[in-house]
Design a protein around this ligand. Structure first.
Ligand code: ATP
Length: 215
């Protein structure tokens, strides 16, 4: 069994995530892609992260229409900071030795990999896959060899469509009352408005509901 593991803060999940995950699924002939919503992403502690139950609910809705996508709660349910090495160990335990795990990362994430918890172990626990992201095309993977010799040679690079959508920009747009239509699946957009997420009370001093949302 070939399993893709696509982790993220998903605050919120957007079409960039979904498109590259589907490209990876097809290119690598994965049986499924697990979307793993981060519990406490310790490298993003400088900003307030939306409650895990909301981020995961959006992921669940977003992946529902793809029979090969699945939402995983392993990180949300684990107390303490979220470390990918722990997630991969848990998945290995659950799926058994016959599963091949592919960790899917946007190329920008490789820049930060040396700051992750035991990054050298990632290269032993799974196959590493890089997907394109605007702004990171020129990344030199050889820096990974400082983490563990030969690491860069083990990364599979996929040329996926460049989707210039980011969760940070979506949050900014929502706080400014701008439209996010087509940047997230409609079910995610509905969820955001229904729960009043990302408003930050900056929209004309009034609350933005589904009815008066910028659609
Ligand atoms: P933020 O903007 O809040 O930092 P993000 O979208 O960069 O969010 P995550 O939600 O944690 O961060 O992203 C999960 C994974 O998806 C990461 O590996 C990231 O590199 C990748 N990713 C995010 N957006 C894109 C995109 N538009 N194209 C390709 N990969 C992406």
């Amino acid at each position: 069994m070939r399993v893709g593991v696509f982790g993220g803060t998903f605050d919120p999940i957007h079409v960039g995530h979904l498109i590259v995950a589907e490209e990876a699924r097809v290119s690598l002939e994965l049986d499924e892609v697990l979307f793993v919503t981060a519990g406490q992403p310790w490298l993003k502690e400088s900003r307030k992260i939306t409650e895990g139950r909301h981020r995961m609910a959006m992921v669940e809705r977003a992946v529902e229409s793809n029979a090969n996508f699945r939402s995983s709660d392993v990180e949300i349910n684990r107390p303490g900071p979220t470390y990918t090495v722990d997630t991969l160990a848990e998945m290995r335990h659950n799926l058994g030795q016959r599963a091949t795990l592919y960790l899917i990362l946007g190329l920008d994430s490789f820049r930060e990999l040396h700051r992750w918890h035991h990054p050298e172990r990632l290269f032993q626990m799974c196959k590493m896959v890089g997907v394109s992201r605007p702004g990171s095309q020129d990344l030199d993977l050889r820096a990974l060899d400082d983490i563990t010799p030969g690491a860069s040679a083990g990364v599979t690079l996929l040329e996926t469509p460049l989707i210039g959508v980011s969760a940070a920009d979506i949050r900014r747009r929502l706080s400014e009352g701008m439209s996010i239509k087509y940047q997230v699946p409609e079910c995610v957009e509905d969820y955001i408005y229904e729960h009043g997420l990302y408003r930050n009370h900056t929209v004309s001093g009034s609350s933005l509901s589904k009815e008066d949302s910028p659609r």
